[in-house]
Design a protein around this ligand. Structure first.
Ligand code: NAP
Length: 466
C-alpha cells in the first residue's frame, strides 16, 4: 500500500502535532510521561508515512539500516546511566547530523550527475544542511569524547585561536558560496566537506568539560537547523517543522543553561572555562570541619519543624532517590515539613533532579524552584544537601574572582543548621572549594549518599519506636 497526496499530508500534520504537544507536555513533570508517548507516536507516524511514499520503491537497504541502527541504539539506551545523558545526547546528535550531511551530499551528487538538477534555492539549503551537518558531527563527537573522558577535559588554547577558527569557518562558507554560484564545480565539494569537519573539531578544542552540556544544547540546535534545511532540499515539510522545533528548543535550552550559570554565549564558546583550578581545592592546610553520625543527623531531622533537601549530582551518582523517598515519608509522618529545592543546573543536565525525584514518586508540589525557595531559606530549620556542591557554594555570591561568580545558588547557608552528605572534601564540577563546609552551623555527613540515607532511615525508625 502506498500513501497518496491526500493521506500523506494528514499523517505528517498529525506527526507535527505530536511533536509540538510533546514539547509542551515535557515542560512539567506531571505531564512529561504523556509528552514522551505523544512524541513517540508522532515519530512513528512520520516514519511509517515516509516509508509508504511512492518514491520508496525498495525496502531492502532501509531494513539493513534499521537493523544496524537498532543494534547500536538499543544497547546504548540500556548501558548508559542517567548521569551519562549529556554524552549520550552528544552521540545521538552526531549520528543525526552525519545522516543529514550525508543525505545532502547524496542529493548534491545526484543532482550533479543528472545535469543542472539543482536550483540555486536548493543549493543554498543544501550547503546550509551539509555545513551544519558535518561541523555538528565532529563537534558532537569531540563533546562526547570530552564528557566520556576519552579526551582531555581541559580547554586547549593557543594564541590567535579564535582568528584561526573564524578563518576556517569563513573558508568553508566561502567554498560553499562558490558551490551555490557554480554547482557544477564538484571538485569544491570535498574541500568544503573537509573544512566543515575541521571547523567542528576546532570549535570544541578550546571549550572545557564544564561547559560541554551547554555546548551540547547548542549543537542540538545546529543539528535541528541542518534537518530543517534538509526539509527544503527534499521538499519535506515535516522535516522542516521537526528541524525548526529541534533548532529553536535546543537554542532556548542553551540560553536557560547559560543564565542559570551566569555565563554568556561568547564566554561559553570562546572563554576557555574549566581550566584546572590548581589553587582551589586541596591546596593549603586542611581547615577543620564539624562532622556528624547518622544518629546525630536523624535526631536533628526529627526535631526540626521544616527541612529543605537540596539534591545534586552526587544523589544521581549514588541513585539515592528511593532512600530519600523513605526518609521523606518517615519525616512527613512525624509532622516535619519536607520540601525539595531544585537548582536549574543541579546534576549534569537541566531537569536531572526533577526526573530522579519523579522516579521515586516524590509529590510534585514538594518541589520548589530556586527563586521560590531562596526567600524562605532563613526560616528553614535544616538544609540537607545531598551530593550537591557548586549549586550551594556561597563563593558564587561573595567571591567575584571565583569561576562560578554570579551563578545563582540555593542559599542553604541561611538555614539554621546545614547538613551535607558527601563522601569527602573533594570539590564538585567547577573544581573549587566550598567554604559552606567550614561554617559553625554546618555538619558534614561523610559517606555515599544512598548508604548514609539508609543509615538515617534506620536511625529514624528506631526513634519512631521509642
Ligand atoms: P557538583 O558541584 O558536581 O558536586 C557534586 C558533589 O557530589 C561532589 O562534591 C561529590 O563530592 C558528591 N558526590 C559524588 N558522588 C557521590 C556519592 N556517591 N555520594 C555522595 N556524594 C557524592 O554538583 P551540583 O551541585 O549538582 O552542581 C552541578 C554542576 O554541574 C554545576 O557546576 C553546574 O554548573 C554544572 N553543570 C550542570 C549542567 C546541568 O544542566 N545540570 C550543565 C552544565 C554544567 P564527593 O566526591 O566528596 O562525594
Amino acid at each position: 500500500m502506498k500513501l497518496d497526496d491526500t493521506l500523506l499530508p494528514i499523517l505528517y500534520m498529525l506527526a507535527a502535532m505530536g511533536f509540538i504537544l510533546a514539547i509542551k507536555w515535557l515542560n512539567s513533570p506531571a505531564t512529561a510521561r504523556r509528552g514522551v508517548i505523544v512524541g513517540e507516536i508522532g515519530m512513528l507516524l512520520a516514519v511509517v508515512g515516509t516509508l509508504l511514499r511512492f518514491e520508496v520503491v525498495n525496502y531492502q537497504w532501509i531494513l539493513v539500516a534499521f537493523v544496524l541502527g537498532s543494534a547500536v541504539g538499543i544497547p546504548i539506551a540500556y548501558i548508559m546511566p542517567m548521569t551519562a545523558v549529556p554524552q549520550r545526547t552528544a552521540f545521538s546528535h552526531a549520528c543525526g547530523a552525519l545522516a543529514s550531511a550525508l543525505i545532502g551530499t547524496a542529493e548534491y551528487y545526484k543532482g550533479f550527475d543528472q545535469g543542472a538538477g539543482l536550483s540555486k534555492i536548493t543549493m543554498v539549503a543544501l550547503i546550509v544542511e551539509t555545513l551544519l551537518g558535518f561541523l555538528t558531527f565532529t563537534a558532537s563527537m569531540m563533546a562526547f569524547g570530552k564528557l566520556q573522558e576519552l579526551l582531555a577535559q581541559r580547554p586547549i588554547t593557543y594564541k590567535g585561536q579564535n582568528f584561526v577558527n573564524l578563518g576556517i569557518f569563513a573558508a568553508a562558507a566561502g567554498v560553499g558560496l562558490a558551490l551555490i554560484v557554480s554547482p557544477e564545480r564538484s571538485v569544491l565539494f570535498p574541500i568544503f566537506t573537509v573544512l566543515a569537519l575541521l571547523f567542528g573539531v576546532l570549535l570544541i578544542i578550546p571549550i572545557g568539560g564544564a561547559d560541554m552540556p551547554t555546548v551540547i544544547a547548542l549543537l542540538n540546535s545546529y543539528a535541528g537547523l541542518s534537518a530543517a534545511a534538509m526539509g527544503f532540499v527534499l521538499n519535506n515539510k515535516l522535516l522542516i517543522v521537526a528541524g525548526a522545533l529541534d533548532g529553536s528548543s535546543g537554542f532556548i535550552l542553551s540560553i536557560i543553561m547559560c543564565r542559570a550559570m551566569n555565563r554568556s554565549f561568547t564566554n561559553v564558546l570562546f572563554g576557555a572555562f574549566g581550566q584546572l583550578q590548581t589553587s582551589a581545592a586541596g591546596a593549603g592546610e586542611a581547615k577543620p570541619v564539624h562532622s556528624a553520625t547518622p544518629e546525630d543527623a536523624a535526631q536533628i531531622l526529627d526535631s526540626a519543624r521544616n527541612v529543605v533537601v537540596i539534591p545534586g549530582y552526587g544523589m544521581a551518582v549514588a541513585q539515592a532517590q528511593h532512600k530519600l523517598r523513605e526518609m521523606f515519608d518517615m519525616l512527613t509522618r512525624r509532622g516535619v515539613d519536607v520540601r525539595f529545592a531544585i537548582h536549574p543546573v543541579a546534576g549534569r543536565m537541566p531537569g536531572h533532579m526533577n526526573v530522579l525525584l519523579a522516579e521515586a514518586d516524590i509529590p510534585y508540589d514538594k518541589l520548589w524552584e530556586m527563586d521560590d525557595i531562596n526567600p524562605e531559606m532563613s526560616n528553614v530549620d535544616v538544609a540537607l544537601i545531598i551530593g550537591a556542591n557548586d549549586v550551594v557554594n556561597p563563593a558564587a555570591e561573595t567571591d567575584p574572582h571565583s569561576p562560578i561568580a554570579g551563578m545563582p545558588i540555593i542559599q542553604s547557608y541561611k538555614a539554621r543548621t546545614v547538613m551535607v552528605i558527601k563522601r569527602s572534601m573533594n570539590p564538585g564540577f567547577a573544581g573549587i572549594d566550598n567554604e559552606l563546609y567550614y561554617r559553625e552551623n554546618t555538619l558534614m555527613l561523610f559517606g555515599d549518599a544512598k548508604a548514609f540515607l539508609s543509615s538515617i532511615v534506620k536511625e529514624l525508625s528506631a526513634l519512631v519506636k521509642v
